[in-house]
Design a protein around this ligand. Structure first.
Ligand code: 1HN
Length: 351
């Protein structure tokens, strides 16, 4: 008498026998492939600038900007160590440039944003134009444009680099090359891009210079700050965001870069915000003031008290609630434009 194998044994044998042909049964993984809601491997995390600063200083002693090409400490998601990623799609790092240094010119298909964290007077050069950095300025490096940085002043300058590196890696669409010259030649006077595109006006003829990326090179903090404060006098307070604006590409009204959306918000003193969540995981840079971020993660409620120059990351679909006793200003970025282009963006405001 033959004993027929159990269904479990039958299946196990099937899996083993077909594995050499690189076949795997969907029914064993279906649930994980299409979870009922986003199930990110990322975790909420916070980097205190006070704790990071000594290591930035030490990297300044350990390597020159030129030798490093870019002297950056990567903010790695604790659950994605070794992947140079702060979320599955986004990269974040803090870059330091010391007086007299140059970070040599190169270009790559990855798009970058710079958000100035500490110090002023260093410059970044893109496509023949330089812009001087000041804390709170949001500066763009469009995909495939030559860019170098330099510091001809007396103080160190630190900024947040936000790039779409993991996303471009996912698509296997990354290209890069080094320029023949360390510093690209200056071809336009500083402020030239802002003069043409930064005043709700645009040149009458001609194409936009950087395709889907904003023609504005630097969005100065003086202007963003003024907008938020004027809004505070004239618009109702949002119970979730405080006073929050998105940066735009003036040519399209859309995000400044095809892969990255950027935001600036002001939480007035005493703000006690409601919780909300979105599919786009977001990186925050604290510009001024202090507060507390509460993030509802599967591991439980996480509480991050933050101060100026701190950074934190809110993973996809984990709810965020912001509080500020003293008032604060927050910059943030995410991959929202990609979610929107794919028609999969979701946002939920909880009570
Ligand atoms: C890059 O080009 C910069 O230009 C910063 O400052 C960070 C991280 C990975 C790849 C390229 C920059 C970067 C980067």
């Amino acid at each position: 008498m033959t004993i027929s194998p159990t269904p479990a044994a039958l299946r196990q044998k099937l899996y083993e026998d077909m594995s050499p042909l690189n076949l795997t049964p969907l029914w064993e993984v279906l649930h994980a492939l299409v979870p009922p809601q986003p199930n990110t491997p990322c975790v909420a995390a916070h980097w205190s600038y006070e704790q990071i600063k000594p290591f930035l200083k030490r990297s300044g002693e350990a390597i020159t900007a030129e030798e490093a090409v870019r002297r950056v400490l990567i903010l790695e998601n604790p659950a994605l160590r070794g992947q140079s990623a702060i979320t599955q799609s986004l990269y974040a790092g803090l870059q330091l440039i010391l007086p007299g240094e140059v970070a040599p010119s190169h270009r790559h298909t990855q798009s970058a944003l710079r958000f100035i964290v500490e110090g002023q007077g260093a410059y970044t050069a893109v496509d023949g134009e330089r812009t001087t950095m000041h804390p709170g300025d949001f500066i763009i490096t469009p995909s495939w444009t030559w860019h170098d940085h330099g510091n001809e002043v007396q103080e160190p300058v630190v900024w947040l680099d936000g790039l779409d590196i993991p996303m471009i890696r996912f698509f296997d669409a990354g290209f890069a090359e080094n320029a023949p010259l360390k510093s690209q030649p200056v071809e336009r006077t500083e402020g030239s891009s802002f003069a043409r595109y930064g005043h709700n006006m645009a040149p009458v003829r001609g194409d936009v210079p950087f395709g889907m990326t904003s023609p504005i090179f630097s969005y100065p903090y003086t202007r963003s700050r003024e907008a938020l404060h004027a809004m505070e006098r004239s618009a109702p307070l949002d119970a979730y965001d405080g006073f929050k604006l998105r940066y735009i590409n003036p040519a399209t009204g859309g995000s400044p870069m095809p892969t990255l959306a950027t935001f600036m918000q002001h939480l007035p003193a005493g703000f006690d915000g409601k919780a909300w969540r979105q599919t786009d995981g977001a990186v925050y840079s604290v510009v001024e003031g202090s507060g507390i971020a509460y993030i509802d993660s599967p591991q439980g409620l996480v509480r991050f008290p933050f101060e100026a120059r701190d950074h934190f990351v809110v993973p996809s679909w984990q709810s965020l609630r912001l509080q500020s006793t003293s008032g604060c200003v927050l910059f943030s970025y995410s991959d929202r434009p990609v979610h929107q282009a794919l028609g999969i963006h979701r946002e939920e405001r909880l009570s």
